[in-house]
Design a protein around this ligand. Structure first.
Ligand code: SAM
Length: 278
């Protein structure tokens, strides 16, 4: 395993993830043998503003049945399943970590979407797909773990058809100073590769993309985190939640405080975007 992959694996390590999710589902009154995709939303949307952000991002593109869509850094495949079930897209989800890919496959089978959403263990910097294969590439919160931004966006451009679309929802470096650690994607700077929005625009432009939509979502993200904190204080951690993915409830709480501080102090900014391959 490459050193970078080892670091990412250590960052996202989990203990028997699938078993933990199935057990939490049962405790929350869900039958793992009879699940709907939405039953998994509390745990499988591992990005800021959860499913709402996915719905907004999908609204930016004309997704239709049969759209060939690649989700880069899909983790448990929540967005991939959403796009398969709501739009009947033909979705391929890729992630560096095999445990996530294996878990994504099981969850997708359980909700009966495995004919539309498929998963592969793949490094985003070396996508095993033909040039110009996909209509749409989708990515949420993966590039901040990847140092080689030209490699990342360049590979995405390569596998997109001309006029193909990149939809992204991502975190960038704000001008308020370095971020506070730990955050959900990084315990320290070894796996944190935030760049500024201006640098991201430059990389996208030089990777054959024209930017069609660029919306700052920091305020809405802060509101979402603050509501989550309120709920945590009043009711404690939910049975089924993303804390299962980031080292448990205590670790999740510290990361939640840091996310709030990072946005309030403009150390990180959240952007939703759409770019077209030239
Ligand atoms: C914060 S999670 C986001 C998960 C998912 N997009 C979502 O919104 O639920 C980041 C994911 O990016 C993946 N990742 C990081 N570096 C990667 C790489 N070089 N290639 C593929 N996936 C990568 C991680 O394994 C992790 O699952």
């Amino acid at each position: 395993m490459e050193p970078a992959q080892k670091l990412i694996e250590t960052q996202y390590k989990s203990n028997h993830l699938l078993e933990a999710i199935q057990s939490a589902l049962r405790k929350a009154g869900k039958d793992p043998g009879n699940l709907q995709p939405a039953d998994l939303t509390p745990v499988d949307a591992f990005h800021i503003r959860g499913r709402q952000a996915t719905i907004e991002l999908a609204d930016l593109a004309s997704l239709k049945p049969g759209t060939q869509l690649l989700d880069v850094g899909c983790r448990l495949g929540g967005s991939a399943r959403y796009l398969a079930s709501e739009y009947q897209c033909d979705v391929t989800g890729v992630d560096l970590i095999s445990e996530y890919v294996d878990t994504a496959k099981v969850l997708t089978r359980q909700v009966g979407l495995d004919h539309l959403a498929k998963f592969q263990q793949v490094n985003a910097l070396s996508l095993p797909f033909e040039d110009e294969f996909f209509d749409v590439v989708w990515t949420e919160h993966a590039q901040m773990n990847i140092a080689d931004k030209h490699g990342f966006y360049g590979e995405i451009a390569r596998v997109l058809k001309p006029q193909g679309r990149l939809l992204f929802h991502d975190i960038f470096q704000g001008n308020g100073g370095p971020i506070y650690f730990p955050v959900p994607w990084a315990d320290d700077e070894t796996v944190n590769f935030l760049i500024t929005p201006e640098s991201a625009k430059d990389v996208l432009e030089s990777s054959k993309f024209s930017i069609l939509h660029w919306a700052y979502k920091s305020r809405a993200s802060l509101d979402w985190f603050e509501a989550m904190l309120e709920k945590l204080k009043s009711s404690g951690p939910p049975l089924l939640g993303t804390h299962l993915l980031i080292g448990g409830a205590e670790s999740a709480e510290v990361k939640l405080y840091n996310q709030i501080r990072n946005i309030r102090e403009n150390r990180m900014v959240i952007i939703q975007g759409l770019a077209e391959k030239r």
